[in-house]
Design a binder for this molecule. Structure first.
Ligand SMILES: [Zn+2]
Length: 277
C-alpha cells in the first residue's frame, strides 16, 4: 500500500494543478527518518522554481509531476501520500510545492514512515531510469496474452510473481490476494503450472478489481494512512473479500474460514475452498 488504485487516485486528485506555476519548493525539514531525495532538495528546488506544471501521470506505483523539462517522481511506497489537501500531520510533510495560477495553493508529499522517495530527472530520462529492465507493462493496459506469457515464464508461486513489478507494474500485496481469490486460484500454485484458462480469468478479475478500486478511490486500511485527494478515506476496503480477514467466513462460498499464510515475507489471504490447489 498504496498500490495502483490508490496512486491512480492521487494522480487524478492532482489534475487541478496542471497549468499552475511552481513559485517555490519548500523543504519542511522533517525531523523523522528522511526520505531518499535525488538530487539534493536544494538543487531540486532551484530547478523547479518558476516552472509550469504541464501534466500529472502515473508509472506503476509512482506519481509523476511534469514540467516542460523535468519529471518530479514521487514514490509513496508504504505510507506516502501526494495531495493538494491538508496532510494528515504537519510533522511528516517531506516536500511542498507552492503554486500560483490554480485553485490549490500547494502540493504536499507526506510520508509517515519515510520509506518513500523523491526523484527529479529530465523528462526524456524517465523510460531509461524507471522503466527499462525495472518495470513491466502497467496492470491496467497489459494484454491477456502478454500477462500470461510473462507470468508463466517463472516457477515462483503466482502470488509472489504478481508482486514482481518487472513482470507487471502496479499490483501489490492487497490486490494480489483479492484477484487470486476472485479467479479461484491457489496463491501457492507455481506460475508455470497455471493453465491459460485460469490466466484469462485472473487477467479479467484483475481489470475488474483494479478499475472498481479506482472508482471507490482506493482502500484505506485500519492504519488510516491512505486518503483520497479530498482528504477522505477511500472505500474499496469495504469490498475486500479476503485481505486482512483471516479467521472470518469466506464471503464467496460461505464456508472458509479465510486463511493467512506468509509468502516471501508478505501476508497472503485466501480461501482454501474457493482456491483449491
Ligand atoms: Zn471461499
Amino acid at each position: 500500500m498504496p498500490e495502483l488504485p490508490e496512486v491512480e487516485t492521487m494522480c487524478r486528485g492532482l489534475r487541478p494543478v496542471i497549468g499552475a506555476l511552481i513559485n517555490r519548493v519548500v523543504d519542511p525539514k522533517c525531523t523523522y527518518r528522511p526520505v531518499v531525495c535525488e538530487p539534493s532538495m536544494r538543487s531540486l528546488a532551484a530547478r523547479l522554481r518558476g516552472q509550469a506544471i504541464t501534466g500529472v501521470s502515473r508509472i506503476g506505483k509512482r506519481v509523476i509531476i511534469e514540467t516542460q523539462r523535468w519529471s518530479l517522481v514521487l514514490q509513496p511506497k508504504m505510507t506516502g501520500l501526494v495531495s493538494i489537501e491538508e496532510p494528515p500531520s504537519r510533522e511528516h510533510v517531506r516536500l511542498i510545492l507552492e503554486l500560483s495560477g490554480c485553485e490549490p495553493e500547494s502540493v504536499t508529499f507526506w510520508d509517515r514512515r519515510g520509506l518513500g522517495t523523491i526523484l527529479l530527472i529530465e523528462r526524456d530520462q524517465v523510460v531509461s531510469r524507471l522503466v527499462t529492465g525495472k518495470l513491466g507493462p502497467d496492470a491496467l493496459v497489459i494484454s491477456c496474452q502478454e500477462f500470461t506469457s510473462r507470468l508463466s515464464s517463472t516457477r515462483r508461486p503466482i502470488k509472489v510473481a504478481l508482486l514482481d513489478q518487472k513482470i507487471v507494474a502496479g499490483i501489490g500485496n492487497l490486490y494480489a490476494s483479492e484477484m487470486l481469490h476472485a479467479a479461484g486460484i491457489d496463491p501457492c500454485a507455481s506460475s508455470a503450472a497455471i493453465d491459460s484458462r485460469a490466466y484469462a480469468r485472473l487477467h479479467a478479475e484483475m481489470l475488474i478489481i483494479l478499475n472498481l478500486a479506482i472508482q471507490y478511490e482506493g482502500s484505506t486500511l485500519s492504519d488510516g494512512t491512505y486518503r483520497n485527494a479530498l482528504n477522505q478515506a477511500g472505500s474499496y476496503q469495504n469490498e475486500h473479500k479476503v485481505y486482512d480477514r483471516a479467521g472470518q467466513p469466506c464471503p464467496t462460498c460461505g464456508t472458509g474460514p479465510i486463511q493467512r499464510i506468509v509468502q516471501a515475507q508478505r501476508s497472503t489471504f485466501f480461501c482454501a475452498t474457493c482456491q483449491r490447489p
